[in-house]
Design a protein around this ligand. Structure first.
Ligand code: PMP
Ligand code: GLU
Length: 405
């Protein structure tokens, strides 16, 4: 990092590995290389037509000015109704804040509430941005490894051990990126019991993959399972994943009024207000037809099953079966120590990811970025034939690996 232009703090922060991997794949494709990108975490499906129509109508109606810092009245009411309808949660419009993406709302919440040295517990593997956004807010990320026997989900004992006097936040993410793990009501209740004993700890529950569930698994929102935690929980969600609206940049959250007000103060300085057109579109997404969501979840499930089937016979790889979201977190421990056809030893999961890109022209994201190695993450948000071709390339490349001499 060139310190001429960046602060020391920025020097301690890594670039987003998922954003970088996706960008690298796009750049290579632009150079004419036949790369298949399984790096980006965004739906391949289009934004639904009724949402697009609502956005265009709002522009023609002249809704092209700044809005309330915390979001339009219409969108905050629609979000409050969504929390009631889907999660049984009672938030008033004053308990809701809208931001330009869930990513921004995490940064806003941390900026609003973290003092230097405050600790943020992040159960790993975890989405790449939690650690670095915590550091950007002068907090201290406390990354705790989850256990395989608990499906790579946080268990109460591990949580209890991680909490200190300095803990400010616990991050939860269900369905999870990168594992696709979904917390059951009982699992959330068990975490809530631990948190009852530590009233200084707040919970940021990232539920952005709520609608993307497989095998009939039911989603339970954290506060739905632990109503006593409502006053110290930020329930985070957004338009990006369920409604296929990544580029519209709308996230939303419900929480205690005091926290939402503090977040509004940050947003008033850093953002002003979120895109007016995108807010109108999100109202349509929340209030309009929802049937396509289940159809798309079923498509993701079919892709998951096919990719699992194709990767199962590949020696050295073992994929976790996700219950939601659109990722597979693949254990590549069996490839470590092997030597590529060009004589390179695969020592880490990052080596495996670099080698897959060079040798198989398949872009993935290294497990190191998620805090649990040796794994790589693949996105299944691509059409089946593309996923089949990618799995074929991976299998062919693995077959060329040799044991060290
Ligand atoms: N949380 C998780 C777990 C994610 O995977 C993403 C995807 N980037 C986000 C939050 C942020 O989504 P967005 O900023 O597009 O709302
Ligand atoms: N959330 C997506 C992912 O994990 C988008 C990229 C990012 O913001 O990290 O790939």
């Amino acid at each position: 990092m060139d310190l001429t232009y960046s602060s020391e703090k920025l020097g301690r922060i890594a670039p987003s590995a998922s954003v970088e991997a996706a960008q690298k794949a796009t750049d290579l494709k632009a150079q004419g290389l036949d790369v298949i990108s399984l790096a980006a975490g965004e739906p391949d499906f289009p934004t639904p037509p009724h949402v697009v129509a609502a956005a265009i109508a709002s522009i023609h109606a002249g809704d092209t000015k700044y809005t309330d810092v915390r979001g339009t009245k219409e969108l905050r009411a629609a979000v409050a109704a969504k929390f009631k309808r889907d999660n049984g949660l009672d938030y008033t419009a004053d308990d809701i804040i809208v931001g330009p993406g869930a990513k921004n709302l995490i940064a806003t919440a941390l900026t609003a509430s973290v003092n230097p040295g405050d600790e943020v517990i992040i159960p790993a593997p975890a989405w790449v941005s939690y650690v670095d956004l915590t550091k950007l807010a002068d907090g201290v990320p406390v990354v705790v490894e989850t256990k395989r026997q608990f499906g790579l989900k946080l268990d109460p004992e591990t949580l209890e051990e991680a909490i200190t006097d300095k803990t400010r936040w616990l991050f939860l993410n269900s369905p999870g990126n990168p594992t696709g793990a979904v917390y059951s009501r009982e699992e959330l209740e068990a975490l809530g019991k631990v948190l009852e004993k530590h009233p200084h700890v707040m919970v940021l529950t990232d539920e952005i993959y709520e609608y993307l569930l497989f095998d009939g698994v039911k989603f339970v929102s954290f506060v739905e399972a632990c109503p006593g935690m409502k006053d110290r929980t930020l329930t985070l969600n957004g338009a990006s994943k369920g409604f296929a609206m990544t580029g519209w940049r709308i996230g939303f959250a419900g929480g205690p009024g005091g926290l939402i007000k503090a977040m509004g103060k940050v947003m008033g300085q850093m953002v002003g207000s979120s895109c007016t057109t995108s807010q109108a579109a999100t109202v349509a997404a929340l209030e309009g037809p929802q049937d396509y969501i289940a159809e798309r979840a079923a498509a993701y499930q079919a892709r998951r099953d096919r990719v699992l089937e194709l990767l199962a016979p590949v020696p050295g790889l073992a994929a976790q079966k996700p219950q939601g979201a659109f990722y597979l977190y693949v254990d590549c421990g069996g490839l470590l120590g092997k030597v590529s056809a060009r004589g390179k030893v695969l020592a880490t999961d990052s080596d495996v990811v670099d080698w897959l890109l060079e040798e198989a022209l398949v872009a993935t994201v290294t497990g190191a970025a998620y805090g649990l190695s040796p794994y790589f993450r693949i996105s299944i948000a691509s059409a089946l034939p593309v996923l089949e071709e990618a799995c074929g390339r991976i299998a062919t490349a693995v077959a060329t690996l040799k044991d060290p001499a």
